[in-house]
Ligand binder design. Sequence first.
Ligand code: ZN
Length: 125
Amino acid sequence: MTEIKNERDYKLFFQMHPILQLIVMDGANWAFENGLNYVITETVTTLEDDLKANRKTKTHRTKRACDVRSASWPKWARKAFINYLTEKYGEYAAVNTEGVKILVKDHDSGSGDHFHIQIHWKYAL
Ligand SMILES: [Zn+2]
């Protein structure tokens, strides 16, 4: 099943950069095809949200990052999902401070394992 965590994020989903929406929805289709639940857990944030979550970057605030729960997915799927999106949309990836392009990060920043899907700063809104 594909779902968005709450009403607030449901509304904010449509504020995200359309390239990010496209990538996130392609990911939803991939998950569906592979029998996996797809739960969007974070979309656009405010400065207050970022401070509360101890977020060091402003990718969510600038409407170019979206989180999807990965905690319940098996290891193979987590890897395959990242490879699928990176092969297809890697050119849109955000670039870290070392100059490395990263489109999807699978990590836990305190709220459980999730994919942080992020696009380049030039798409900031
Ligand atoms: Zn995130």
